[in-house]
Design a protein around this ligand. Structure first.
Ligand SMILES: CC(C)(COP(=O)(O)OP(=O)(O)OC[C@H]1O[C@@H](n2cnc3c(N)ncnc32)[C@H](O)[C@@H]1OP(=O)(O)O)[C@@H](O)C(=O)NCCC(=O)NCCS
Length: 162
């Protein structure tokens, strides 16, 4: 069945929380307030993916001025409008285990690429967790030795793409 990608809204919060639980270990779970703040702060850079009526994936990305990153589970979200931003921070991408390997993550990332096109953003960054480093390397990201935001634990890896 076709995958449809659309902007994410605060009204999708229940689906986001349900998907988060299927995709992350307990120590990475963020609360509803933290998601609601990030979704509100990123109207043009966060997306959901639907297969029929079911949300099967989401991507939350934030346009920032600097590469300071966000602590896990924070509602303090220092975004700037995308036309003023220099940095794209991919905060979270998750796909339901039953829909993995179908290109859902790449559909979501493609929409983000389209949103960034034409902006002054010259640096992308993210915190890779749960062994996803290889996934990001295939998509052009490299490991960075810059300090990680708080809360991600010893196995997390900061990754950049210029
Ligand atoms: C990572 C994730 C979003 C990928 O979603 P997906 O929709 O299955 O990805 P796609 O179908 O677009 O791409 C799949 C490709 O990525 C590869 N891939 C997926 N997870 C990977 C991993 N952990 N390490 C290396 N490669 C990985 C697949 O092997 C496949 O490769 P191929 O295209 O060469 O066959 C999904 O596995 C997920 O939700 N994981 C749990 C949440 C998570 O850890 N997110 C990353 C946080 S930084």
């Amino acid at each position: 069945m076709e995958i449809k990608v659309q902007p994410l809204h605060q009204r999708n919060i229940d689906d986001v929380l349900r998907l988060q639980k299927t995709a992350y270990a307990a120590n990475f779970l963020e609360d509803a307030d933290s998601f609601l703040a990030k979704i509100a702060a990123s109207p043009s850079t966060s997306f959901g993916a639907w297969r029929g009526d079911a949300m099967v994936g989401y991507l939350i990305a934030l346009s920032l001025m600097t590469n300071e990153g966000l602590d896990l589970n924070t509602s303090n979200v220092p975004t700037v409008p995308i036309r003023e931003a220099r940095v794209m921070y991919i905060h979270d991408i998750a796909v339901n285990p039953e829909a993995r390997g179908l290109g859902v993550a790449d559909h979501l990332l493609q929409r983000l690429e389209e949103a960034v096109r034409g902006s002054a953003i010259s640096l992308w960054h993210l915190v890779s967790v749960q062994g996803s480093q290889g996934f990001w390397e295939k998509r052009g990201f490299e490991v960075s030795s810059d300090p990680l935001p708080n809360g991600y634990g010893p196995e997390a890896v900061l990754m950049l793409r210029r």
